[in-house]
Design a protein around this ligand. Structure first.
Ligand SMILES: [Zn+2]
Length: 506
């Protein structure tokens, strides 16, 4: 049999998973994050990387369990700058994030607020993982056996971590944090451990107790041990990681050594994903600095398929920008071109795959599209009234994105409003003469784009005016600007009748 070559990175990754993890019926793909600040579009890159590899595995006939872990039992270590009520939040530093109050007053906790914000934005892009809440797992003592195993092997863990540390961890170091039963913070230290399930701790608040961590879920493994423990617990086959985790001696490196040493298991297949820049909206994104863009905000400007397309078309290890400026038009144009090629069966194998993986649900027939640029002209002519457009669902969905973009991101010189009154004083004698000729032509017959374009040149010749001057005059008459959308299409979009009314004012 001829070996089929894969053209897309997600298919290649899926093949590596099968090769390295063995040919199984079912695979577990994982992602996760600490909900300590807004889950931004850079974090979404991890989720869609897992989604794409999961899809590729399913397309090979495999079952996939896609788990997303919320590390909401981590300590709240820093108040992000973009959050309101900074002073209130500061009081909860050292608490589990899940026990920090929701400063927006709509969810049971700060963590839940951030979690739901992301969870609700995923189904529109066709992603629905199984969510695992670490606070529940820990509070229900699900990991007690693993905690014991790790504590009894803490010497080995310490040796692994010390290989990469400037300042070695001391002999009485424990790879965990304990949340004080009295003051809730993890400002605690281990006093003694019995080698089984009993651990004694003391808090800086003065409280001291011995607990059994099979019954009392206040013990939380530190990140460097928590990660490999979960790979083992959930039997993870694939999990990508951000650039920050992927450095030499970073948490992936040490987790890989720990799972081998403590469980004699191999780490999941790993793909490093790079950062994402935001263009046309300001700086690099990080949830602890103020300016963050989340998936919902991206979805206000980009249709779900196009959000997927942006990620599907770039390898995870390539840094790229999500644009909110005029590049939005180009991205829509590129997508529409790909879509057309796909349905006309003109796309090559790689393009076909990119299109398939970009779709939320692949349609049998080509969706009805109006280009983003043209829609932006129509919507401005209709002054934002989308009911004046085709009722078609695909058109309306895109129109909403165009409208949002016009309102929030479009450059000023891109925007216009049709005149009620023509600014006659700004239009010179020659221009007026030409516009009167245009009026006569428009009253005489109905044009299409080509015939109208032809007519402009005939008018310019007849009047003896430079065509650039003629266009300038026309835009002034229509929108009180010297530039605008391509004139022939523009006049047809406005409607000859309305243009005639304006030109009559001259
Ligand atoms: Zn305390």
């Amino acid at each position: 049999m001829e070996k089929k070559e894969s053209f897309h990175w997600a298919d290649q990754a899926a093949e590596r998973v099968i090769k390295e993890k063995g040919n199984k019926k079912r695979y577990t793909c994982a992602a996760g994050i600490t909900p300590s600040g807004t889950i931004h579009i850079g974090n979404f890159r991890e989720i869609i990387t897992v989604d794409l590899v999961s899809r590729a595995l399913r397309d090979k006939g495999k079952e996939v369990r896609f788990i997303y872990s919320w590390d909401d039992y981590d300590r709240f270590r820093k108040v992000p700058k973009n959050m309101p009520q900074q002073d209130l939040l500061k009081k909860y530093l050292g608490y589990p994030i899940v026990d920090t109050p929701d400063i927006f007053n709509c969810h049971s906790s700060y963590a839940e607020h951030l979690e739901k914000e992301l969870e609700e934005s995923l189904p529109p892009v066709g992603i629905s993982p199984e969510f695992i809440y670490q606070n529940k797992m820990y509070k229900k003592c699900k990991y007690a056996k693993e905690i014991k195993h790790i504590l009894n092997n803490r010497e080995k863990v310490r040796n692994i971590l010390n290989k990469y540390r400037k300042e070695p961890l001391s002999k009485n170091w424990f790879p965990l944090g304990i949340y004080c039963e009295k003051c809730k913070t993890d400002n605690t230290r281990v006093i003694s451990y019995d080698g089984d399930y009993k651990i004694k701790y003391k808090c800086i608040c003065g409280y001291e107790n011995e607990i059994d961590f099979r019954k009392n879920g206040i013990v939380k493994l530190s990140w460097r041990t928590d990660w490999p423990m979960r790979w083992h617990y959930e039997k993870v086959d694939f999990e990508p990681g951000g650039k920050d985790h992927s450095t030499v001696g970073g948490s992936y490196d040490t987790a890989k050594l720990i799972i081998k040493e403590l469980y004699n298991e191999e780490a999941p297949l790993y793909v490093m994903y790079d950062f994402i820049r935001i263009k046309g909206k300001g700086g690099k994104i990080s949830s602890s600095s103020g300016d963050v863009v989340n998936l919902s905000e991206v979805l206000e400007v980009y249709e779900p398929e196009i959000v997927r397309y942006i990620f599907t078309g770039s390898r995870p290890n390539a840094e790229f920008a999500i644009s909110f400026d005029l590049d939005v038009l180009k991205i829509y144009e590129d997508f529409d071109r790909l879509e057309q090629k796909y349905y006309k069966k003109e796309a090559d194998q790689k393009e076909r795959r990119i299109y398939e993986l970009s779709s939320v649900k692949l349609k049998k027939t080509q969706p009805n599209r109006i280009g983003f640029r043209h829609l932006s002209t129509l919507i401005q002519i209709y002054e934002g009234d989308l009911t004046k457009l085709e009722k078609n669902k695909d058109v309306q969905k895109r129109a909403l994105c165009v409208k949002n973009w016009l309102e929030n991101y479009a450059p000023e010189d891109f925007k216009f409003k049709l005149n009620d009154k023509v600014p006659k004083a700004k239009i010179d004698k020659k221009q007026k003469e030409a516009l009167k000729e245009l009026l006569i032509s428009l009253e005489k017959k109905k044009f299409n784009e080509q015939t109208l374009f032809q007519e402009f040149y005939e008018i310019c010749n007849k009047v003896g005016i430079q065509n650039t001057e003629f266009f300038k005059g026309a835009y002034l008459a229509l929108i009180n600007k010297e530039k605008g959308p391509k004139l022939a299409v523009f006049i047809i979009s406005i409607g000859q009748k309305r243009v005639i009314e304006l030109l009559k004012q001259i």
